[in-house]
Structures are given as C-alpha cells and as structure tokens.
Design a binder for this molecule. Structure first.
Ligand code: SF4
Length: 181
C-alpha cells in the first residue's frame, strides 16, 4: 500500500544547519517520484535497485546545500526491511550512530518514517525535518518491460475524509471526486 508523497520545499528549514543527513525510506518515496516524473521505477540493468528519478531528487537537495558549504550525507537501509515504518531495533541503532555527526536529519518519507527518526534521535541534539508531504494512498498498475524494467502507471490517490473516501485524479488541477461512503 504505497503512501502518496510529494516533495516539500525545505530550503528555509535547512538554512541554519552546517550538516544535514538525508534519510530516505526506499519504498514509497522512489515510487512516487518515478510516477510523478513518468520515469521508470526500476531499470535493473542501468541502475540496479535504485530509482533514477529519486536519486536525482536527492542530488537536487544536496547540491545547493554543498554549494554553500553545508556537509551532507545520504542514508537508506534495505535489510532486514526497507520500510522505515517497520525498522528493527538494529536499523534504528544504525541511524542513531550515523546521525550523531549531523546537526539535522531530513527525512524523505511519510509521517511514520519521520516518527521513526524522531524516536531514534529524541535524546540527541539532531533536528528531524520531514521533506515530503503525505497526500493519500496511491493506486497504480505495475508494468514490467524487458529487460527487468518496472514502471508504475498511476490511476489515482485515495484519501480518507471523515467517513468518506475521496479519489484525487491527478493532472493539471487536482479534482476531488467523492466516492461511495
Ligand atoms: S515508512 Fe512511510 S513511506 Fe516508508 S514504506 Fe512505510 S508507509 Fe511507505
């Protein structure tokens, strides 16, 4: 059940830090970036398991920070689970060790991913900033092409509003269409 996420402009939030670690959940965020940019989710023989659109997005955050002298790092961990909402104690301890040299952690993930980072770092001076907005739940068709290329054809984003579920049809303006309650 991928969460639909959209990048948030965090340049103002990051302007007072000298070091920023970008912590990514490698599940929903790369799927969303690939769908939003209409580019492949996985091109195995070109990029392995990395998603080009998402890697480019991380670079687009790092580059302006580094140009003004901010030290940056990027962190994601895939085993035993890539999902930050389900990280094991071992994965949480790994982040704690990695983040201790940074003033801020920028989370590319949903509210639950951010909560994971906040809990891990709650006894440190490291500030946690969420870098993506949660919009709803994505519905898409996975398309497999030769050789080992996966695209996601997004249909809609589902939102829960009170007792009703809404469907946001993406494209141009966002039309909100009420579905059966
Ligand atoms: S932490 Fe959020 S973004 Fe990552 S897999 Fe879980 S729901 Fe998706």
């Amino acid at each position: 059940m991928p969460v639909h996420l959209e990048p948030r402009d965090v340049s103002a939030d990051l302007e007072n830090f000298n070091s920023v670690l970008i912590v990514s959940c490698p599940v929903c965020p790369p799927m969303c970036l690939a769908m939003q940019q209409d580019s492949p989710f996985i091109e195995f023989f070109k990029r392995g398991l990395k998603t080009g659109a998402f890697e480019d997005y991380i670079q687009s955050i790092r580059k302006p920070l580094e140009q003004r002298g901010v030290r940056t790092g990027a962190y994601a961990i895939h085993i035993p689970t890539p999902m930050m909402c389900l990280w094991t104690e071992w994965q949480r301890n790994r982040l704690l060790k990695r983040a201790k040299d940074y003033e801020a952690v920028l989370v590319l993930g949903c509210d639950s991913a951010t909560y994971t980072a906040q809990e891990v770092l709650k006894n440190t001076e490291c500030q946690v900033i969420q870098g993506m907005d949660m919009i709803g739940t994505t519905n898409a068709t996975l398309k497999v092409r030769f050789p080992l290329t996966f695209n996601l054809d997004m249909h809609c984003v589902l939102q829960n509003g009170g007792e009703h579920q809404h469907k946001i049809t993406l494209g141009g303006s966002k039309d909100i269409e009420k579905m059966a309650s």
